[in-house]
Design a protein around this ligand. Structure first.
Ligand SMILES: [Zn+2]
Length: 206
């Protein structure tokens, strides 16, 4: 199989268009990049594109060649590179693992981890605030009670943002939490905490 065939068979026109920044709507139409197009008049299918405005048409390689001013061969090479297609591997092996934005997936996992740790911490603080509250005004304040009072609101705020804020803001929070391994040390601390407390809870339920 030639590189041309391989690229055309593996990459849909629509996926390539989106990958290179064209906004494709639900019916597979986008604003034509090849003429001054105010409303989407280019139709994108799996195998070809066609513009009802200026008549531009072709396959995925033609699209990329025209978008970037490349020869057909250069366009095929670019597509192979950008979509992680290795022409030396048999097509069966390539067709399956299409690189699906690995960076975003990794970020999502990190975000989930941050949220999980924050929620664990939040629950611990909520419990501490009740469990270690001073019983009389003369009692010395327990460190755990103090920590709960100081941190509860802030941790709750961060967790809320991670659940509901826009992506851009969430990325900033995750970055902040990963800085200096903040989330990692909190995670370790919570795990240790859990281990210490297990016997206590087992006793309680027994
Ligand atoms: Zn056009």
């Amino acid at each position: 199989m030639t590189l041309f065939e391989l690229v055309k068979q593996t990459i849909h026109v629509r996926d390539a268009a989106e990958h290179y920044g064209l906004q494709v709507n639900r019916s597979g139409m986008c604003r034509c990049p090849f003429h001054d197009d105010r409303h989407p008049s280019m139709k994108l299918n799996e195998k070809y594109f066609y513009c009802f405005g200026c008549g531009a048409t072709g396959d995925v390689i033609d699209l990329v060649a025209r978008l970037f001013g490349l020869s057909s061969f250069e366009a095929a090479q670019k597509l192979a590179q950008d979509f992680g297609i290795d022409p030396d591997k048999p097509p069966a092996a390539i067709a399956l693992p299409k690189p699906k934005r690995p960076l975003l997936t990794a970020y999502r996992q990190e975000e989930m981890r941050c949220l999980r740790v924050l929620c664990d911490y939040l629950h611990l603080l909520e419990r501490w605030k009740v469990q270690y509250a001073p019983k009389t005004p003369e009692d010395a304040l327990d460190d755990r009670f103090v920590e709960a009072c100081q941190m509860l609101e802030y941790v709750e705020y961060l967790a809320d943002l991670l659940i509901a804020a826009e992506l851009e803001q969430r990325v900033k929070i995750v970055e902040m939490l990963d800085k200096d391994d903040l989330i990692a040390s909190l995670e370790t601390r919570l795990e240790r905490q859990k281990e210490e407390e297990t016997p206590y809870e087992e006793k309680q339920s027994a």
